[in-house]
Ligand binder design. Structure first.
Ligand SMILES: *[C@@H]1O[C@H](CO)[C@@H](O)[C@H](O)[C@H]1NC(C)=O
Ligand SMILES: *[C@@H]1O[C@H](CO)[C@@H](O)[C@H](O)[C@H]1NC(C)=O
Length: 200
């Protein structure tokens, strides 16, 4: 009797733990952006409203002789992505440019960006981000351009940009604690020196 009881307990734990993780197929419209070295996945029909959603497969028609590994631009534009799904690195290990436009993104963490080790350009425009933690770019040392215009940012880690040696521009226009952009390193340093309202 007690072993069947144990079995039931194990089964219940299994059901509860698996129900918190969802895997799904990411749908892409693949295309060359501007010229052929810029292979792009334009994500379609995406709906992510909870944490821990995992991409288990990618669908979409590739341009002849191209594969997922050729994708350097990942664009989530006009979708529903309250959080970034996990597992994208398994399919798109070479993403340099991440665009998340008007998709209701609420938060972004260093673990989300860990999936993009070659990331150089991130544009998160018109979303609902409230905070940029100081360790956000810990796994993205190559980053050159950062854009979070038109979000709801009210807190920023004070040293967030300090160790990013290749950084060229930061756009923080139209946020709650700041509305400014900077196009070189000294401007970025100056902007951060004066962003007191963002340091809580
Ligand atoms: C972002 O979305 C807006 C509104 O749909 C659109 O006008 C704009 O071109 C988009 N920008 C990018 C960079 O995708
Ligand atoms: C940074 O940009 C500002 C404004 O465009 C300019 O005045 C300044 O000379 C630039 N500084 C450097 C180091 O390039």
């Amino acid at each position: 009797m007690s072993s069947s009881k144990n079995f039931l307990i194990v089964l219940t734990i299994l059901i509860i733990s698996t129900s918190c993780v969802f895997s799904f197929t990411l749908e892409c419209k693949f295309d060359d952006y501007l010229y052929e070295k810029n292979y792009k996945c334009d994500v379609e029909k995406l709906s992510v409203t909870t944490h821990n959603q995992i991409v288990s497969d990618v669908s979409g028609l590739h341009i002849p002789r191209r594969t997922n590994a050729d994708v350097i631009i990942l664009s989530i534009d006009g979708q529903t992505a309250h959080y970034l799904p996990q597992g994208l690195d398994k399919f798109f290990p070479n993403v340099i440019y991440l665009n998340i436009n008007k998709s209701g993104l609420k938060e972004i963490t260093k673990n989300d960006l860990k999936n993009f080790p070659k990331l150089r350009n991130i544009a998160v425009r018109g979303n609902d981000i409230e905070s940029l933690p100081s360790d956000l770019f810990e796994y993205n040392p190559e980053i050159t351009n950062i854009g979070f215009a038109s979000n709801k940012i009210k807190s920023i880690g004070k040293d967030i940009f300090k160790s990013l040696n290749n950084l060229e521009s930061v756009n923080l226009l139209r946020n709650t604690c700041i509305s400014q952009q900077s196009n070189n390193r000294s401007e970025i340093a100056e902007m951060m020196k004066n962003a007191n309202e963002c340091f809580q």
